[in-house]
Ligand binder design. Structure first.
Ligand SMILES: [Ca+2]
Ligand SMILES: [Ca+2]
Length: 319
């Protein structure tokens, strides 16, 4: 022990060898990270005491009920060599919740992660968080990660209610759990390591919309007999091709029908982020808004029945 290591070489690395199946059903309790039983793991250990973690975005309002740390020996009951303080930080670095996952086999083992309960803690849709764990000396427990070839999907499954953003650490480390902010290790995906368990979540996904795409303010003349275009913005967690146009309601207004079972919607990348957005034309005369209203809500469902909603501002203007 005691060798001087860079952040990268100090990692206790393990390699995950197989692809994973899709994540858990959306509103069900489930682990943030899943590792398939029976995959080949190899790893190393040692290096400096440090906090490792990963940054993620919440794709729904999530209630976190447990924090966990990965068992270095996959699907064994070997247990942990060291206790680990695990915590979730908000984007400003404030520690929202933390707990100690004890050494040995004291915590509860669920699919290769040792968990301890925490007071239910809400993470907000769209916000960025970091989960981190302190790896104290002699640092014998293993952090899992995987190399992700550019353009290829990661080989570890994350619950679809979160989006993994970046591995991070607090190199050169310290004597306790600290907000890890240094981006770590290129295309390596993982640092599990720390994880958490999602106890419940909202069943309505929030999506980004743009009323009158490209325009601001979004001026609407209620007496016009026209339509209001609204873009539902696609993202890594929301595929607009799954939107059922017949379900869409913008402040009481439906999408303009253009024939039997057909609606005035088309795919277009209105914000030029490389992801297709869905632009639909709503009947202005059907809008239920009053002069002075400044926010309207779009609600809808996917073809599979998943509910979503989005909000944008409007400015009611006279004729
Ligand atoms: Ca707009
Ligand atoms: Ca787009």
């Amino acid at each position: 022990m005691g060798f001087k290591a860079t952040a990268a070489t100090g990692l206790a690395l393990a390699v995950l060898g197989v692809s994973m199946l899709s994540g858990a059903a959306f509103a069900q309790p489930g682990p943030a990270v899943s590792i398939t039983p029976g995959i080949g793991l190899s790893g190393a250990f040692g290096g400096i005491p440090i906090t490792y973690g990963w940054k993620f975005q919440a794709n729904a309002d999530l209630t976190i009920t447990q924090l966990g740390f990965c068992d270095g020996a996959p699907f064994s009951t070997v247990g942990l060599d060291e206790a680990h303080d695990v915590g979730i930080f908000d984007a400003a670095g404030t520690l929202i919740v933390s707990a100690t996952v004890p050494a040995g086999t004291v915590a509860s083992l669920v699919d290769n992660f040792w968990y301890v309960s925490i007071p239910p803690t809400v993470l907000s849709n769209g916000q960025v968080y970091t989960v981190g764990a302190y790896l104290p000396a002699p640092k014998e427990d293993t952090i899992l990660s995987s190399n992700v070839p550019p353009g290829k999907p990661p080989v570890i499954t994350l619950d679809p209610r979160i989006t993994w953003l970046q591995g991070v650490n607090d190199y050169p480390g310290g004597s306790a759990l600290a907000f890890p902010t240094s981006p770590c290790c290129g295309s390596l995906f993982g640092f599990f390591g720390p994880t958490f368990y999602i106890g419940s979540s909202s069943t309505i996904v929030r999506v980004a919309i743009d009323i009158k795409p490209g325009d601001f303010p979004n001026s609407i003349n209620l007496r016009s007999n026209g339509v209001v275009p609204v873009a539902i913005l696609g993202s890594s967690s929301f595929d607009v091709s799954q939107v059922d146009p017949a379900s869409l309601v913008l402040a009481g207004a439906k999408v303009k029908a253009i024939g039997k079972g057909k609606y005035s919607c088309h795919g277009e990348d209105v914000n030029r982020d490389g992801r297709t957005d869905l632009v639909c034309q709503f009947q202005t005369s059907e809008l239920v808004v009053r002069p002075g209203d400044s926010m309207v809500v779009l609600e809808g469902t996917t073809f599979a029945g998943g509910r979503f909603r989005g909000e944008d501002t409007i400015r009611i203007v006279p004729d």
